[in-house]
Design a protein around this ligand. Structure first.
Ligand code: MEV
Length: 386
């Protein structure tokens, strides 16, 4: 993969008021065995040690057969908010009585999607109490196939809104996708053999660390941030919408009313660690930047994915792997030694090291276990003074 593969011209067509390009390192995480297939995982991230940790976790998963994945299928929701309705529950039933016709109207807006096997697969109506009175919120459930789907579902929601007004007698305000993509779930599972990860003590320590994230939102936020270190890096590398996936993951984590971890860890009958994850993963392979950005195109081909669903299941595997690697490091030696030695190169650069000197300064600091800007500057001074 080349550098600066996106031209200014292309960027100018992607967003507005373009003045330049902002680059992020792109690396390849190795060792991933996903559903029996070797996968090289492109990750775009500014954070040191994320790619190394993912590769390390993936290596440890291999003895248990790697990652096994599944998904719920690529169904997104659009919401149509109607207010000012006298009989909200009556309106709800009237909408449901006409749901086939509403679905038909929505599908007419995207014949291509229907041709590829997608389109509306259901209509739900939620009656909600709010501080400005009751609301009737219609959800169009749309199989988006290989599109992320925001454009498709938003167009459909706008198209059926006048009909919702007619049926309910109310006023429609919002007509927009929900990023809580709870019908587009991706799952992954891995068995980390006790002997591959440091023995029974490590297995127990990971379970204990994960247990805190199941009951404490302060820990769950950081635990899930670690998962998203992996997920978001792949989402970005493939030109997908990082904010949509982040919003989906965090809102899904809070679906019980308490913000919780997105992963679970158990000990199986052999004493090995079983890790599982379930995350909403609203990503696409068609539309958006994925088909435009040259690096995103290369990332998709490196992953060898044919459908958005394939990509979503890889995201789940990477999220689980990243989380396992973090928990293992945190519950054993801590993350700072490994993290800081990788971070040492950044510190060396910040202190002014260039070329070969970067590695030399970083290695010296790592060896001395003194990784900070002041020490980096001293070493550079010593080196330049001879
Ligand atoms: C750092 O970017 C991510 C971690 O904090 C995740 C975690 O605590 O599980 C290491």
């Amino acid at each position: 993969m080349g550098s600066a593969a996106l031209s200014l011209d292309q960027a100018d067509k992607m967003v507005e008021n373009v003045v330049g390009l902002f680059q992020v390192p792109l690396g390849l995480a190795t060792n991933f065995l996903i559903d029996g297939r070797e996968v090289l995982v492109p990750m775009a991230t500014e954070e040191p040690s994320v790619i190394a940790a993912a590769s390390n976790g993936a290596r440890m998963a291999r003895e248990g057969g790697g990652f096994f994945t599944s998904s719920s299928g690529p169904v997104m929701r659009a919401q149509i908010q109607a207010v000012g309705i006298d009989d909200p529950f009556g309106a709800k039933n009237r909408i449901l009585e006409e749901s086939d016709r509403i679905a038909e109207m929505a599908n007419q807006k995207d014949p291509m999607l229907v041709k590829f096997g997608g389109g509306v697969v259901g209509v739900e109506v939620h009656v909600l109490d709010s501080r400005i009175g009751p609301m009737v919120v219609t959800h169009l459930l749309v199989d988006c196939r290989d599109a992320m789907g925001a454009n498709a579902v938003n167009t459909m929601a706008e198209a059926v809104a006048p009909e919702i007004e007619r049926i309910t007698g109310g006023r429609v305000h919002l007509r927009i996708i929900s990023n809580l993509a709870d019908r587009r779930l991706a799952r992954a599972r891995a068995v980390f053999k006790a002997e591959a990860i440091g023995g029974t003590k490590t297995v127990q320590a990971v379970v204990a660390a994960a247990a805190l994230a199941e009951v404490d939102p302060y820990r769950a936020a950081t635990h899930n941030k670690g998962i998203m270190n992996g997920v978001t890096a792949v989402v970005l590398a493939t030109g997908n919408d990082t904010r949509a996936v982040e919003a989906g993951a965090h809102s899904y984590a809070a679906r019980s009313g308490l913000y919780r971890s997105l992963t679970r860890y158990e000990i199986n009958g052999d004493g090995d660690l079983v890790g599982t994850i379930e995350i909403p993963a609203a990503v696409g392979l068609v539309g958006g930047a994925t088909r435009v950005h040259p690096v995103a195109k290369a990332a998709v081909s490196t992953l060898g994915v044919k459908t958005a669903d394939d990509l979503s299941r890889i995201l789940a595997a990477v999220g689980l792997c990243q989380n396992f690697a973090a928990l293992r490091a945190l519950s054993t030696e801590g993350i700072q030694r490994g993290h800081m030695s990788l971070h040492a190169r950044n510190v060396a650069v910040q202190a002014g090291a260039t070329g070969d000197a970067i590695e030399r300064v970083a290695a010296r600091m790592a060896e001395e276990k003194r990784i900070n800007l002041a020490r980096a500057s001293e070493i550079i001074r010593e080196m330049t003074q001879g």
